[in-house]
Design a protein around this ligand. Structure first.
Ligand code: GLN
Length: 490
């Protein structure tokens, strides 16, 4: 994608051949961040000196028998714990919080030789679709800094697409990896629920959250998933199933595959430019050997309501722990209850408060059956829709979002409008299945469009194969955002 920043797949070879050094990669990275971050606001913090020390150590080691990710720096969303680094979830309530431990996904990256590098911007506690809910200001879209990055992993997407990260980790509760990847023009993978350990991920909605990679290529997503996937005794919801060889699945063709188009994802409400780009991508997949069939996901229209009941209910419980006693900032009061109230009133942002209130409401007696319980039942119907669809095809092709990125500020005063933009992504989380976002074109105003590939639970190898074959046949992922051209593409 960017000549100056190698991919995860190419870097080890370049290092082994002596064509580059880890120090040089870290220097390029630091220079890019210095130059672009003041505009793009993708990193909340980073430690260039630590990275330089680490690079020197790596460069001094023998290149023989190196682990898979030796010498690869990976950006980390501010919701994932990295020992000794701040983990603020882009919230003032955790402003001074420094993590005492590594999330399992982070620990696995380290074991594979990578360096968790920097803290990437996000919506506060991962609640949002535009990164405008960050307490530190929004990340900005590398293709046009007046536009949103998407969210909540907006910093991760902007850093990868803007040449400020080789790759990054994000999290996806209702689209937060796939949608910013689509808006910024990089690859984003949401693994199936249970594929990656959530230990060390600050919980938003525990039955929906998953950690996954944002990368320059599908192959890179496959490599990072390989490293972070698998059972972890520290997360009882991580499944004890073998991890396939994801890279081996990247055959480059789609021969013998059946791909389904959910009718409900191709409606009038979708921006025609998005539909056009996705339709062109479908044609390309047909040329690559896939058979295309129509399928139905009849409960799609209930998905946003269902998601915003379940996610807020779980969030209201998960965020109860931030009371000023155990973590982060504290306001003093007349008694402990008064102190909790003052702390939460002062340091949580407006969207987080809205969700805690909504979540508490749907769980309260008298409303529980009408909202929460009913949403759980509809969730089952949505999961069954996908099970039925996957009887007819191997994977689904769809838009990631109904629009491309929109101007900053356009939707901040209209939460409902913001929530409705999640219609095509929340379904995968509700059903527990996997989803991939791959660049598939640009709108007339030069903003990226994403193709979504959805697959059955624990069939990441299938969607990676589809995404990779499509990517290899097109060159959308080679585009360079203006921000990178302006400063000489450093
Ligand atoms: N945009 C969705 C929300 O606001 C999804 C967020 C996420 O996946 N973390 O809840």
């Amino acid at each position: 994608m960017h000549a100056q920043l190698p991919t995860v797949a190419t870097l080890p070879q370049l290092l082994a051949n002596g064509q580059t050094t880890t120090r040089s990669v870290v220097d390029t990275l630091s220079a890019a961040i210095e130059s672009r971050n003041p505009v793009l606001n993708a990193y909340l913090s980073w430690d260039g000196a630590e990275a330089a020390r680490w690079a020197q150590e790596v460069d001094a080691q023998s290149v023989a028998n190196r682990p898979l990710l030796a010498g690869v720096p990976i950006g980390i969303k501010d919701v994932l714990n990295v020992q000794g680094q701040p983990c603020g979830c882009a919230s003032l309530i955790l402003e001074k919080y420094v993590s005492p431990y590594d999330a399992t996904a982070v620990a696995r990256l380290r074991q594979a030789g990578a360096l968790p590098f920097g803290r990437l911007n996000m919506d506060e506690f991962a609640m949002g679709s535009s990164n405008e809910n960050s307490a530190y200001g929004p990340a900005r879209n590398p293709w046009n800094a007046g536009y949103v990055t998407g969210g909540s992993s907006g910093g991760s997407a902007a850093a990868v697409a803007g040449g400020m990260a080789v790759a990054a980790l994000g999290t996806d509760t209702g689209g937060s990896i796939r949608q910013p990847a689509a808006f910024c023009g990089c690859v984003g993978l949401k693994p199936s629920y249970g594929r990656v350990s959530r230990y060390g991920l600050t919980a938003f909605a525990s039955s929906l959250d998953q950690i996954g990679p944002l990368t320059q290529s599908v192959e890179d997503a496959a490599i990072l998933l390989q490293v972070i996937a698998g059972h972890d005794p520290l997360d009882s919801t991580s499944l004890d199933r073998p991890v396939p060889d994801y890279r081996a699945a990247l055959s480059g063709d789609l021969a013998g595959m059946r791909l389904g188009l959910p009718r409900e994802y191709f409606t009038d409400g979708v921006d025609p430019q998005v539909t056009w780009a996705v339709r062109a991508a479908i044609e390309e997949c047909r040329k690559l050997g896939a058979e295309i069939v129509d399928v139905d996901l009849p409960h799609t229209r209930y998905a946003v309501a269902t998601y915003y009941i379940i996610a807020t209910a779980e969030a209201s419980a998960n965020l109860a722990r931030f009371d000023g006693v155990r973590y982060g900032a504290r306001e003093s009061g007349q008694d402990p209850i008064d102190s909790y109230g003052r702390t939460r009133a002062r340091y949580f942002g407006p969207e987080v408060k809205r969700r805690i209130i909504l979540g508490t409401f749907v769980l309260s007696s008298g409303y529980y059956d009408a909202y929460y319980l009913r949403a759980q039942k509809v969730r089952t119907l949505i999961r069954r829709d996908f099970e039925a669809a996957f009887q007819q095809c191997d994977a689904l092709l769809a838009p990631v979002a109904p629009t491309t990125a929109y101007p900053l500020g356009e939707r901040v005063d209209d939460p409902l409008q913001m929530y409705l933009g999640d219609i095509f992504t929340v379904t995968a989380n509700l059903a527990g299945i996997c989803g991939l976002s791959v660049p598939c074109g640009f709108s007339d105003n030069g903003l990226p469009v994403g193709l979504q590939v959805l697959g059955p639970a624990f069939r990441e190898e299938t969607i990676l194969r589809v995404g990779h074959a499509y990517e290899q046949a097109t060159d959308w992922h080679h585009g360079l955002p203006p921000v990178c051209a302006e400063d000489g593409g450093q």
